[in-house]
Write a protein that binds this ligand. Structure first.
Ligand code: CTP
Ligand code: MG
Length: 226
């Protein structure tokens, strides 16, 4: 079973505004509905789960009641940190055997069907796959956040996107180990596997520049102009 997990429990503080960015309407459709539609229409996606905070459960329930999203089967409650929202989905699907989770940011509306297909192809031979694009700017590493400590070669640098996809047992095991670590505070899911299951390979799947994350108000303006 291939499950798309759309993470939508964030507050969108950097974008500001009254509503968290994933629920803002752009060209007549909420941002979260863009990726929901793409997953719904992908023939290899069996089910979609949306992870949301309690205040917005009823809003997503209304989407679920619309017959156009027949694959939207689960509305799960997220947590204060992104990893807690991922963990809610991992725990829910732990009851199924032979399950693959494609964990996606609701804030990335323009994920394409082609990239989803590449992720699923990659998962046929790998337990973990991450969508990423080659870095276009030189990336600087700083220890103190004020001075440059090193400049990693740009050719080896990528910008991480989502979906980040995993065989369920793999991501579950990584989180179970990580959650016991007092320092656990990952910003994405692949980094949990990298850190806590260092022998697992995480394959890079080539993403697209349009699969950009809506983070600031300017990104909303960009989406409006697409
Ligand atoms: N997310 C989530 N649960 C959280 C935090 C984030 O499900 N506790 C989701 C967001 O809804 C978003 C994705 O993870 O779709 C990427 O996170 P980010 O861009 O950081 O969104 P926010 O946390 O909402 O924004 P900000 O950090 O500016 O408050
Ligand atoms: Mg955030």
């Amino acid at each position: 079973m291939n499950v798309a997990v759309i993470l939508a429990a964030g507050k969108g503080l950097r974008a500001g505004g009254e509503l968290p960015k994933q629920f803002v309407s752009v060209q007549g459709k909420m941002i979260i509905e863009y990726s929901l539609t793409t997953f719904q229409n992908h023939p290899a996606i069996d089910e979609v789960a949306i992870v949301v905070s309690p205040e917005y459960m009823s809003l997503i329930q209304q989407l679920k009641d619309k017959s156009r999203y027949s694959k939207l089967k689960q509305i799960l409650q997220g947590g204060a940190e992104r990893y807690q929202s991922s963990w809610a989905a991992i725990q829910h699907y732990a009851q199924y055997s032979d399950c693959q989770l494609l964990i996606h940011d609701a804030a990335r509306p323009l994920i394409s069907s082609e990239v989803i297909s590449s992720v699923l192809d990659t998962l046929k031979h790998n337990n973990c796959a991450i969508v990423a694009i080659p870095a276009t700017d030189t990336v600087l590493y700083s220890e103190d956040e004020q001075h440059i400590a090193s400049v990693p070669p740009r050719k080896k640098m990528f910008y991480a996107q989502t979906p980040q996809a995993f065989r369920l047992e793999t991501i579950k095991k990584a989180f179970e180990i990580g959650l016991k670590d007092e320092q656990f505070n990952p910003t994405d899911d692949s980094s949990v596997v990298l850190r806590y299951l260092p022998d697992e390979k995480i394959a890079i799947v080539l993403g697209e520049a349009v699969n950009r994350k809506i983070t600031f108000k300017e990104d909303l303006n960009w989406l409006n102009s697409q």
